[in-house]
Design a protein around this ligand. Structure first.
Ligand SMILES: [Zn+2]
Length: 302
């Protein structure tokens, strides 16, 4: 029996590294590779699967390449091709700020954040002659004021929120970040229209929130409490992470099992790009009761 589960695949189109060298004008190899990968997936799906691409058109891009619309100029033909195939092309905006010789993520200055968003929407409209309808902010960050601004600029779908993420003051590693990341512990897992006073709860706003699918990682299968305590001591607290091709294959398999199939990941067969055909054949021989996940287009959707 086939169960159809609608799924949106989002690709952020942005520089390969988070803090590029100020003299760098490199092409975006991650995007170029993604174009090839998703064309292959589209072909293998056999039913005209559609994807969603979110372009960086903010001042970090402007500083590096001389134009916020650089991606539309450099990859115009490819983006036109995606649109012609029926894909959605939206915006992905980060709040990077150049301070001296370094990049700082400046979520703490609302005026700064709002200008990044406005520059992005203006660049999009200038480049494509169209209003941007779909938006993803960088690093799963959002607040009510920015949400209202994105809605007022004409977007209809907001795809930033990652349910389960806890509030935090910064990002891991040695990056510098101002402001705070909001608490998404109670954000609904299904698409919803949010409340005016709090974008994280259901209400009457026009713009839809389509939350990212998340799961707790690393995967800790059912195990006695003492074993979980040992794992926690060794690896730290588990966190909600988005279902993403950036996960390693085992974590990706676990995440798909948890989010898409439900229950045991061992029963699911995921389209593994990294592991190769031989590994998949070995899997098939070992597990006779497997389910296959395929891609389809939405029926009668708008
Ligand atoms: Zn990003």
């Amino acid at each position: 029996m086939t169960t159809k589960i609608p799924a949106l695949v989002c690709v952020d189109v942005e520089p390969d590294v988070r803090r590029p060298d100020f003299n760098s004008r490199d092409g975006w190899k991650g995007f170029e590779e993604s174009l090839r990968l998703f064309e292959e997936l589209r072909r293998r799906a056999g039913v005209g699967a559609l994807f969603n691409w979110f372009l960086r058109m903010d001042p970090q891009v402007e500083i590096l390449y001389g134009s916020a619309a650089w991606a539309a100029e450099r990859y115009g033909a490819q983006i036109d091709g995606l649109r012609a195939a029926g894909d959605e092309v939206g915006l992905h905006t980060h709040a990077w700020r150049r301070t001296g010789g370094a990049w700082v993520t400046d979520h703490g200055d609302q005026g700064w954040v709002s200008r990044r968003v406005r520059v992005s929407f203006e660049a999009y409209e200038r480049a494509f002659g169209l209003a941007c309808l779909s938006f993803r902010f960088g690093d799963h960050w959002m607040n009510d004021e920015t949400f209202g601004l994105v809605e007022s600029l004409g977007a209809r779908y907001e795809l930033t929120l990652e349910p389960g993420q806890r509030p935090s003051a910064g990002v891991p590693g040695d990056e510098v970040c101002t402001g705070r990341f909001p608490d998404y512990a109670k954000v609904p897992r299904e698409p919803y229209r949010p409340a005016r006073e709090d974008f994280r709860t259901r209400g009457e706003r026009e713009m839809w929130v389509i939350p990212v699918s998340t799961t707790l990682l690393p995967p800790w299968p059912a195990a006695p409490l003492y074993r979980r305590a040992v794992w926690r001591a060794r690896y730290g607290r588990r966190q909600y992470e988005p279902l993403s091709l950036a996960l390693d294959p085992e974590q990706f398999r676990h995440a798909v099992g948890d989010i898409v199939v439900g229950g045991s990941a061992r029963e699911s067969r995921t389209p593994s790009v990294a592991r190769g055909r031989r590994a998949r054949r070995a899997d098939d021989a070992r597990a006779p009761r497997r389910r296959t996940i395929g891609l389809t287009t939405p029926e009668g959707g708008t």
